[in-house]
Design a protein around this ligand. Structure first.
Ligand code: LLP
Length: 414
């Protein structure tokens, strides 16, 4: 459910007219809906009810300061994967005590930064990482809070690039080695074991793989308890899918309801790290048609947004809906919607039925997560502006990059 709907043939972002916003802020431009973000975040938090929990929004999905600040104001925690994301969370007013730090390759400098900030926990992915964290914490005279990321070897049934919980993936510690890894962690003086985590993949459209992963983790939690290692929290990662087209993923309420029975009476705090489910449908990418071009084989709508602005179609063959911002009674035709970047893989959508002419505006839906954060300056294209809509007001939350910013930090040879 989002707040981007056509009203009398014109696409609205909450109460504002998207075509007018495009005139004001230019294209390509990301538009976000504050009410949608808040609604999605609260859907997770409400689903947890009285159960002790922490929602750690996955910053990588969209790390704009205004968005992190919005999450912080709702009381959100954050899942980060770099020192850069931690710095953003702090700059946005987020509480470091609600931050979990994921990722397979944390540097010593990032560990120091996070220990000094006082984060909730490190989601550790290997034994060498335990050693490094133990050494860094020791040098600072601190004990680092640790969760071990378990790879439960579960098929998340999603795109192979965003599937992370299979034994052939680089993530986590194999479930078969988990007990030994916990015992090793317990032997290190500067670590404090607090939890267990996993993240089996992204854009999951069924609850069953999550429940299977949870049950594998709970078996380990119980086995640890028998060895005298008691955990405070269990972190199931992110991964709940969204509807980009025909998918009907479970709602946050259905997802949480599927998890709770397995937890039973265990007094563990449940941590979730949703990214996409909060942000994807809270954002659209608005772009203008530069040219319509008839090829021999197919027709192209050449637009002013490209793979550098929205990489998902090129990288994952992801299908995101593309709609006319202003509906018309023009004849429809089938177009490949492509950008100006010099790559055949530069498309936003293929074979789309659209009623458009040169100069018209299109909106790519589902662009709020892994849209701007994966954008680049490829082909020396300044990154797009980002705008937050709230009711009948709009705020520029990131200026369009200028040409000078493109070579900021570069130097001519002497
Ligand atoms: N926690 C961890 C440890 C993760 O690795 C991820 C995502 C999340 C949470 C958030 O997952 P979500 O709730 O958003 O599914 N660029 C890809 C998605 C990559 C996801 C990577 N990890 C895409 O555009 O589809």
């Amino acid at each position: 459910m989002d707040y981007f709907n056509h009203h009398q043939g014109r696409l609205m972002a909450e109460q504002l007219d998207v075509a007018e916003l495009a005139t004001e802020f230019g294209t390509p431009c990301y538009l976000y809906s504050q009410a949608t973000i808040e609604r999605h975040w609260r859907a997770f938090s409400d689903a947890m009810g009285e159960r002790p929990h922490l929602i750690c929004y996955a910053v990588k999905a969209n790390s704009n300061l205004a968005i992190l600040n919005l999450m912080a104001r709702m009381g959100s925690g954050f899942d980060i994967v770099s020192g850069g994301e931690l710095a953003r969370v702090i700059a946005a007013g987020g509480d470091p005590a609600k931050v979990v730090f994921s990722g397979v390759g944390k540097t010593a400098a990032e560990m120091r930064q996070a220990l000094e900030a006082g984060i909730h926990c490190f989601n550790v992915e290997s034994e060498p990482e335990l050693d490094r964290l133990n050494a860094v914490a020791g040098a600072l005279g601190k004990r680092a809070p640790v969760s071990l990321r378990i790879n439960p070897d579960i098929d998340a049934k999603t795109h192979p690039y965003i599937s992370t919980g299979l034994k052939q993936n680089k993530f986590g510690i194999p479930a078969t080695k988990a007990l030994a890894a916990y015992q090793y962690a317990a032997s290190l003086p500067n670590l404090r074991i607090t939890g267990m985590d996993c993240h089996i993949g992204s854009q999951l459209t069924e609850t069953q793989p999550f429940v299977e992963a949870l049950e594998r983790l709970l078996a380990l939690v119980d086995a640890l308890s028998e060895c005298g290692i008691e955990l405070e929290h269990l972190d199931l990662g992110g991964g709940l899918g969204v509807s980009y087209g025909d998918e009907i993923p479970p709602s946050p309420a259905e997802y949480v309801a599927a998890l709770l029975p397995s937890l039973g009476e265990r007094q563990l705090t449940l941590v979730l790290e949703p990214g996409r489910a909060i942000m994807a449908n809270a954002g659209i990418l608005v772009t203008q048609v530069e040219f319509l071009k008839q090829g021999e084989d197919r027709d192209f709508a050449i637009v002013d947004a490209a793979m550098n602005d929205l990489l998902r179609p090129a990288l994952y063959q992801a299908e995101q809906q593309i709609v006319e911002v202003v509906k018309s009674d023009r004849a429809t035709a089938n177009y490949d919607v492509v950008g100006p970047v010099c790559e055949t893989g530069d498309f936003l959508g293929k074979d789309r039925t659209l009623a458009i002419s040169q100069g018209d505006l299109l909106a790519v839906r589902g662009a709020g997560a892994y849209g701007f954060t994966m954008s680049s300056n490829y082909n020396s294209r300044p990154r797009a502006a980002e705008v937050m809509v709230s009711g009948d007001s709009a705020h520029l939350i990131r200026k369009r990059e200028t040409l000078e910013q493109l070579w900021q930090g570069e130097q001519l040879l002497p």
